[in-house]
Design a protein around this ligand. Sequence first.
Ligand code: PEP
Ligand code: MG
Length: 755
Amino acid sequence: MLGELRAIVEQVSNADSLDGALAILVQKIRHTMKTDCCSVYVTDPQQQLLVLRATDGLAQEAVGKACMPLGEGMVGQVAVREEPINLADARSNPHFKYLPETAEEGFLSFLGTPITHHRKVLGVLVVQQSQARSYDQSEESFLVTLAAHLAGVLANTDFQTVLSEPNQRKRLKAIKAGSSSSGIAIAKAWINRSSGELEQQQIIETDNIEHQLERFNVALEITREEFHSLAIKLSEQLPKDVASIFDLYQHMLADASLAGDIRNKIKQGYQVEGALRMVVEHYVQQFSEMSDPYLKERAVDVKDVGLRLLHALLLGPSAEMFPTEPVIVVAEEVTATMFAQIPRQFLAGVISQRGAANSHAAILARAMGIPALMGLSFDINKLRGCELILDGYSAELFVEPDKIVRDEYLALLAQESELNTLVQQDLDKPAMSLDGLEVEMLINAGLSADSDIAINAGADGVGLYRTEVPFLMQDRFPSEDEQFMRYRDILNSYRDKNVCMRTLDVGGDKQLPYFPIVEENPFLGWRGIRLTLDHPEIFLVQARAMYRAAIECGNLSIMLPMISCLNEVDEASRLLEQAWVEVLDELGIDEEPERPKHGVMLEVPSVLFVLPELAQRVDFWSVGSNDLTQYLLAVDRNNTRVAGLFNTFHPAVVRALKQIIEQANQHAIPVSFCGELAGDPVGALLVLALGYRRLSMSSFNLAKIKYIIRHVDVAELSALGEQILQSQSGSAIYSLLFRYLEQRDLSQLVRVSKH
Ligand code: PEP
Ligand code: MG
């Protein structure tokens, strides 16, 4: 039956509407199982009903009308028991209930299975037969398997409904996205451009090759020029590394790459449009087939470059339409160029049908502070002109929201900007608690260094400088000199403040385009220090570049990521020593300056059991709660399916954090906290309650957390810490802390979803 099952799933997935998909499904199941009837009921949670949504066998007039209360009838029983029910004679069952509008009196046997998604029963899939029939085990499994596939389709129902039935819009609550960049945007949708254009180009043969080559050269020049000016425009708004995406685009336009291949195709006798289409499709397919997620994403870049060439070819220069008011840009795939094209003041938000945390678009959205949603499946053209509310905090989208939702979000926006003004006012003041304890406030930087510098005034230093970005944005490892200049710039921009730079932490979800790593479990694989210790040449080049910058500027410390055992620390320390000696030698320095301190990230649970030994080996620790949570709880931090289990307030995480701070105090080793938790209002309270006094967070959160610290009493929090350590669930711990914020009238600083 596997063949049939695959065929059904494929046809259902390819249907262009939910009703179309369900119609195919019931018909195919009926046929494959040689049964008299197949139906799908969908749960209406508000009314506590199961509504007949599709059938092949029952009266068609009953679709959308016939409904069964949850718990009643065999269908209702399947839903509440959350398991299949298989009866040769359903009518003799005490729960049997007849729905007259379906005209189902002819059916005796019943097999129903729940359609469950994320623990919620979205509906029931049923087959029936007029004669007594015992559906066998394999038929039952077949139906259960199909129901599991159907769950994914049904989970998106709200979205499909809102797009196809405008009168349903008011009933719609919100559509969940896969991932997001925080913030709220309320604006009209602006569809960037039709994505199908390239595929619509005809492949036409010609013998006028010279003319075609000439047309292509003109288009190429226009596109190159366009990228050049976009890059200049972007470089004013963005860090160099992020804007350097355009270098990648320029590379693609080089003769050795896309342009050369297109030219060859033209020389084989094709018109430019067709040649362009063939080459781009070939590249896109090659990239899309790669299992490496980073390289897969590059298919988007190729497509973007291809579309730009096509536009230049067909429309000449400056053919783009720009929005003239703030809009939410909606695209099949948001690309780096879109961000650059649209003036920042008109870019209220971004929605990308595809994309993930690793795509350039997501990196850019975060760097520019633009609210964004990624990973929503829909036909983007249907959103044209719709008013949208994008909630990047809760990863939700509202299409044509009603007045109540709109007013609520307008109020939230106003509140957000009011709070922002409030917390920004005292940015320069120290983070001194009501009872006089000063907390050291550091920032996490690296992704948007240039904009971090703007609020450098409010920070006591940099607690985590992620050095990955220049590595990610290039097409080869950056050279020692390139790294040196970059690190020197950074140290200079934080003069008089310590900058803690982390050595390269790639692998996992951060893939280098030019050094792909294909692994079954990348987060448990060749990541961070594991990779750089296996490639001392990469580690040494980076360490030397850092030390050279430190000798000029003096305000550096070095941190090692993903340490899981003492050997790694010893090996890395040996390499650091080697790099230091080499640099001193090369620079001819006789009088040795103070060597930058070096420390480790505490983010792999194994190190919790060797903390005393670790304290002997390094100068400081920094807690990475993002990875520590992922590894302690065995929950992939990037996987939306288990996102609900990623709970940094879990008692196990909290007790681990306590153990670290106790050991740090015992061994008198400085410890900071640089995971996301420190930048979250409730999370910051937690770490303060546990005893942490040095917090590092993204610059966006700094003012808010400083404000909170100035309005809490650390002694009270420490007492609360005792209660927290006795708590048995993450939600209990969260509630204790949230209540404290409420008592101190600070709870409005926690951005909670209103829906
Ligand atoms: C962490 O793991 O908590 C951390 C700060 O590092 P990253 O998020 O870069 O893995
Ligand atoms: Mg980490």
